[in-house]
Design a protein around this ligand. Structure first.
Ligand SMILES: NC(=O)c1ccc[n+]([C@@H]2O[C@H](COP(=O)([O-])OP(=O)(O)OC[C@H]3O[C@@H](n4cnc5c(N)ncnc54)[C@H](O)[C@@H]3O)[C@@H](O)[C@H]2O)c1
Length: 376
C-alpha cells in the first residue's frame, strides 16, 4: 500500500481527534493509503514534543512554514485556531500539499475566497472538517432525504447549546480561551457552533437565500490573558437566526454558551410533507423518524438505532447493537478523504462548500448588528 506522510499543525483538542483517526483507520477501514505520522507542529515546543511522543509522530516542528516546506510531507492537517487557517492553508496549497483544515474555514468570506482559489489553482485534495456529517445517524438522515422519504421540506430547526462561558471571571484570549477573543476566533457561537449546524443544513436541505439574526454579548468586558488588560468582548455569546432555504422551507437556528445545563447539545429536526427526522448529539447513534404514511394504529416516532451493518459506516465497526461515538466521525472523514485523494479529488465539505457556510455565518453576524434581513 502507498504511504502518505502526514504533518499535523496544532496540538490541542482537534490535534487529538485527528491523530486518533490515523491510529484507528488502518484497523477498521481499507483506505488506499497507509498514513504515516511524520511531523507534528505547534508554536509551543514542549507541548509539541509531549504530543509527538504520545501519539507517535516521528519529528517535531515549531514553525509551520518549515514543516510545509519539507518534501517528506504529503498531507497537511490544520488544527490550529481560526485566525491561522488561511495563511497555513494557502502556504500548504502553494507547496502542493493535500489539506484537511478544521472549521470554520476562515475568519471571513474574503479570507475563505483566497483559500478556495489557492486549493483550486493547485488542484490539491482538500476538506474542511465539519465532522458531524459523518456521524452515521446524520449520514443516514441524508440518505433518507435523498430517497425522497420526507417529501417537500417545510421546516429545518437546529440548536447548539453550551454553558461554559457564563462566569464573568472567565478571561479571554490565550490557550483554549482564544474562542472568546474575536481577533482569533472571528466570531463567537456563530462561527464556532452554528457553523456546524449550517454546514449540516446546507448538506441536508440545500442553500440558504436570506437570514435575519439576533445576537447578544452578555458579558461585555473580560480580562485578556495575553495583554493582561480588561478588554471589550467582541464575540457573540448567543445567536438566534431565522432563514429561508432555496427549496422554500423555513429555518430556525439557535446557539448560545449561556444555556445552563447544556454542554454540547447539537440537535436538528426536519419536517417534511410525509415524514420528519430529528437527531441529538447527546444520543448520536439514534435517528428519530416519523412517517405519516405508516398505518395509523402503529404510527409514531421510531427511534432508529443506527448500528446495523447496512447503515452508513457501521459495517466497518463492531456487530449490530454496539455503538461508536464522536471520535469515529473523524475516522470516517479521514477514510473518505483518502479514498478521494487517491483519485486526486477533494472531499465534501470541500473548501468551496465551507465557503458557503462562511458566507451564511457572515450574513448572520451582519444581520445581528444591523437588525435587518440579509440576502446570502
Ligand atoms: N470539528 C469540530 O468539531 C471542532 C471542535 C473543536 C475545535 N474545532 C476547530 O479546530 C481548531 C482548533 O481548535 P482546538 O479546540 O483544537 O484548539 P486548541 O486551543 O485546543 O489547540 C490549538 C493548538 O494550536 C497551537 N497553535 C496556535 N497557533 C499556532 C501556529 N501558528 N502554529 C502552530 N501551532 C499553533 C496552540 O499552541 C494549541 O496547541 C479551531 O479552528 C476550532 O474551531 C473543531
Amino acid at each position: 500500500m502507498k504511504k502518505l506522510n502526514v504533518g499535523l499543525i496544532g496540538c490541542g483538542f482537534m490535534g487529538r481527534t485527528h491523530s486518533n483517526a490515523h491510529h484507528q483507520i488502518a484497523q477498521f477501514f481499507d483506505a488506499p493509503y497507509k498514513t504515516v505520522l511524520r511531523a507534528i507542529c505547534d508554536v509551543n515546543e514542549e507541548k509539541a514534543k509531549a504530543f509527538g511522543a504520545r501519539w507517535g509522530y516521528e519529528t517535531v516542528e515549531t514553525d509551520y512554514r518549515k514543516m510545509i516546506a519539507r518534501k517528506d510531507i504529503d498531507l497537511v492537517e490544520i488544527t490550529t485556531p481560526n485566525n491561522t487557517h488561511a495563511e497555513i492553508a494557502i502556504a500548504a496549497a502553494e507547496a502542493g500539499k493535500m489539506i484537511i483544515c478544521e472549521k470554520p474555514l476562515a475568519l471571513s468570506v474574503e479570507q475563505g475566497e483566497k483559500m478556495v482559489a489557492a486549493v483550486e489553482k493547485a488542484g490539491v485534495p482538500n476538506l474542511c472538517s465539519y465532522n458531524y456529517r459523518r456521524v452515521p445517524a446524520v449520514t443516514l438522515a441524508k440518505q433518507l432525504i435523498d430517497e425522497g422519504r420526507l417529501g417537500r421540506i417545510f421546516h429545518y430547526r437546529a440548536n447548539f447549546l453550551q454553558d461554559w462561558t457564563i462566569s464573568t471571571d472567565l478571561p479571554q484570549g490565550g490557550d483554549a480561551l482564544w474562542r472568546l477573543d474575536v481577533k482569533v476566533a472571528g466570531s463567537g457561537v456563530t462561527g464556532d457552533l452554528l457553523a456546524h449546524c449550517i454546514d449540516t443544513a446546507l448538506w441536508l436541505n440545500g442553500g440558504v437565500t436570506e437570514v435575519c439574526a439576533m445576537t447578544e454579548t452578555f458579558i461585555k468586558e473580560r480580562k485578556h490573558n495575553i495583554t493582561g488588560k480588561v478588554e471589550k468582548v467582541g464575540i457573540d455569546d448567543a445567536c438566534s437566526f431565522m432563514c429561508r432555504f432555496k427549496n422554500g422551507s423555513l429555518g430556525l437556528f439557535e446557539s448560545t454558551r449561556y444555556a445552563r445545563g447544556h454542554k454540547a447539545l447539537y440537535t436538528f429536526e426536519i419536517n417534511g410533507e410525509h415524514a420528519s427526522i430529528k437527531w441529538d448529539l447527546h444520543d448520536p447513534h439514534r435517528l428519530q423518524y416519523f412517517d405519516h404514511r405508516d398505518q395509523s394504529l402503529v404510527r409514531g416516532w421510531r427511534s432508529v438505532h443506527v448500528t446495523d451493518g447496512d447503515m452508513p459506516y457501521m459495517g466497518k465497526w463492531w456487530v449490530p447493537g454496539l455503538t461508536i461515538g464522536y471520535a469515529e466521525s473523524f475516522v470516517h472523514q479521514l477514510n473518505d478523504f483518502l479514498v478521494n485523494a487517491a483519485q486526486g479529488k477533494p472531499t465534501a465539505p470541500t473548501f468551496r462548500d465551507a465557503l458557503e457556510t462562511q458566507r451564511v455565518c457572515e450574513r448572520v453576524i451582519e444581520s445581528g448588528k444591523d437588525r435587518a434581513w440579509k440576502t446570502v
